[in-house]
Design a protein around this ligand. Structure first.
Ligand code: GLN
Length: 497
């Protein structure tokens, strides 16, 4: 096999099982690509070459002993929000630039137990706050489809790295769209599971009632493999749900005949780039040819999702981020005059502008005089948004629409206008507020830039989402496209092993 760098996780798993390559070979191949190509993208914050090769050797030994599973020996990267024992976890912030966790997040330990090899930690918006990956302390990430454009955020490092095939798949987190929106902008398949499906233990908290980890992959089949290892009850996360984990790969090929798909009219109105809308319409027609029945539905409270989120998420973040006080861990200012000076300067110097904006908004909406007017009101609206979905799922099985209102935008284009940036997530945020699973998959291009189709399902229907995405991917090849400039054969550049 000469094109291992562009092979899917599923294909790599088969190649390892057939003895066509070893984990050490794969690990060297992808480490070489990161070293050679990531200057153009800035998608990694930390690369752990030595540790990765040790893990790869261990995976090869495990395979030789007949103890390999589907992920044994597969190279992966983790968003730098997941704590990793002994490897820095920065969360994209100066505040945690020096932080080395003494333990692994559950997502990390589960993938490690499955035999996956961690190549490194990917760049992200600071504390996962952003839609463009421009708020990272480590600099912006570039989109491999056009390096003058953003990869989306906040899991933009993971998305750019997978799209450029610097790593076959990666983890991400999604609080308001941070797996799906970068997946859409980079041409990947990204899944935000049901709230409680994947443990948040060791995943640095942004907005605890919304945060959820999930896979960023080349295809739905790959996402099924990764989710299989990530999902499941964890007694260390009090919001983890003890619900059986189905065999996601086994469901992929199920026929779609009779599947009822709803198109929310609110997702196709003003604000949507018409060219993006057209690609989504074409994807919906593919579903019709596969036997799905499509009808228009209404999610009447859609316009409330962004304002509701920007009360709830900052409120929770202002509380979660109070732990960064310069005392116990993370950044501490030089020569504080007294304790108050230590708090003020450590936080003032350690956090970036967007994080400070959110902490201030959050503190404001939780303050005694404004709690009822903002926070309590937002909680009520959150319920109305969930009710919209509950009613919709009485008549349809899946909801389809665009993931993002536009394709990837130029770097810097929305930095001066936070509201414009916040509207990037207008179609993704409601699923987080309701706790529903949702997936983005590539459905075409506009001017050479990928477009994402979003599918939203009822609680714990990840299997159906993956099934619907997989069937579409058997009919189309959008998900197999690799950005020009990142697709030269590995043999041709002398990295064969
Ligand atoms: N873009 C949204 C925000 O800035 C969502 C981020 C996320 O999902 N982590 O908050």
């Amino acid at each position: 096999m000469t094109d291992l760098h562009r092979a899917s996780l599923t294909q790599l798993s088969a190649a390892l099982a057939a003895g066509e390559c070893s984990s050490v070979e794969l690990t060297r191949l992808f480490l070489g690509r990161i070293q050679r190509l990531d200057d153009r993208l800035n998608s990694f914050i930390s690369v752990c070459a030595e540790q990765a090769l040790d893990e790869a050797h261990a995976a090869d030994r495990r395979r030789a002993a007949g103890e390999a599973g589907p992920l044994t020996g597969i190279p992966l990267a983790h968003k730098d929000i997941f704590c990793t024992d002994g490897v820095r976890t920065s969360c994209g912030s100066r505040m945690l630039d020096n932080f080395v966790a003494p333990y692994d997040a559950t997502v990390v330990s589960r993938l490690k137990a499955a035999g996956a090899v961690m190549l490194g930690k990917t760049n992200m918006d600071e504390f996962a706050m952003g839609s463009s990956n421009e708020t990272s302390y480590y600099g912006a990430v570039r989109n491999p489809w056009d390096p003058a454009r953003v990869p989306g955020g906040s899991s933009g490092g993971s998305a750019a790295a997978v799209a450029a095939r610097l790593v076959p798949a990666a983890t991400g987190t999604d609080t308001g769209g941070s797996i799906r929106q970068p997946a859409a902008l980079c041409g990947l398949t990204g899944l935000k599971p049901t709230y409680g499906r994947v443990s948040r233990y060791g995943m640095i908290a942004f907005a605890s009632s919304l945060d959820q980890g999930g896979p960023l992959c080349q295809s739905a089949a790959d996402a099924a493999l990764l989710l299989q290892a990530m999902a499941g009850f964890d007694e260390r996360d009090s919001t983890s749900i003890d619900h059986p984990v189905p065999d996601y790969s086994a469901m992929l090929d199920a026929p779609l005949s009779g599947l009822k798909i709803g198109l929310p009219r609110e997702y196709f109105g003003a604000g949507l780039d018409p060219a993006v809308g057209e690609r989504v319409d074409q994807a919906v027609r593919v579903y019709e040819t596969l036997g799905a029945r499509v009808r228009e539905i209404s999610l009447p409270n859609t316009t409330l999702a962004v304002p509701t989120y920007y009360v709830v998420a900052p409120a929770e973040c202002s509380s979660n981020l109070s732990r960064y006080d310069g005392v116990r861990f993370g950044y501490r200012c030089e020569d504080p005059e007294d304790l108050m000076d230590l708090y003020k300067r450590s936080r003032g110097e350690g956090f970036g502008a967007e994080v400070k904006r959110r902490i201030m908004v959050g503190t404001y909406v939780l303050s005694a005089g404004y709690y009822d007017a903002y926070y309590l009101k937002a909680q009520k609206l959150r319920q109305l948004i969930s009710d919209d979905f509950r009613r919709a799922f009485e008549t349809v099985d899946l909801i389809a629409g665009p993931t993002s209102p536009s394709v990837a935008f130029p770097l810097g284009a929305r930095l001066e206008d936070p509201i414009q940036m916040y509207l990037s997530d207008i179609y993704t945020i409601a699923a987080n507020l309701a706790g529903l699973p949702a997936l983005s998959l590539p459905c075409g291009f506009v001017d050479g830039l990928p477009v994402g189709l979003q599918l939203i399902g009822d609680y714990f229907t990840e299997d159906r989402l993956l099934n619907a995405a997989h069937r579409y991917q058997q009919e189309t090849d959008w998900h197999e496209r690799v950005p020009p400039g990142f697709d030269e054969s590995s043999q041709a550049v002398g990295e064969g092993d």
